[in-house]
Design a protein around this ligand. Structure first.
Ligand SMILES: [Zn+2]
Length: 80
């Protein structure tokens, strides 16, 4: 059985990409038995969603589609 340290590394790897099917099984079995790792993975998933949402909102606030269009229009006017 994998240790809790192995599980935290595996959970992080899973966020970055795909993991092998037997590793996924080991992760699932460990999470069923270990409350601390379940909590860790839950927090990891929450942080990933929060960062993704923050990035999407920041992109919308600082450079909306309308803002990009206006900037492009002004640049075209200046360079003519
Ligand atoms: Zn554990």
């Amino acid at each position: 059985m994998l240790s809790c340290k192995n599980i935290t590394e595996l959970a992080s790897t899973r966020l970055d990409g795909r993991i092998l099917w037997y590793r996924k099984m080991e992760l699932t079995v460990h999470l069923m038995m270990c409350k601390r790792c379940r909590c860790y993975v839950k927090q990891l998933n929450f942080l990933q969603k929060a960062f993704k949402l923050a990035n999407e909102k920041a992109a919308g606030v600082f450079l909306s589609e309308d803002a990009r269009r206006r900037i492009k229009q002004k640049l075209n006017e200046v360079t003519k």
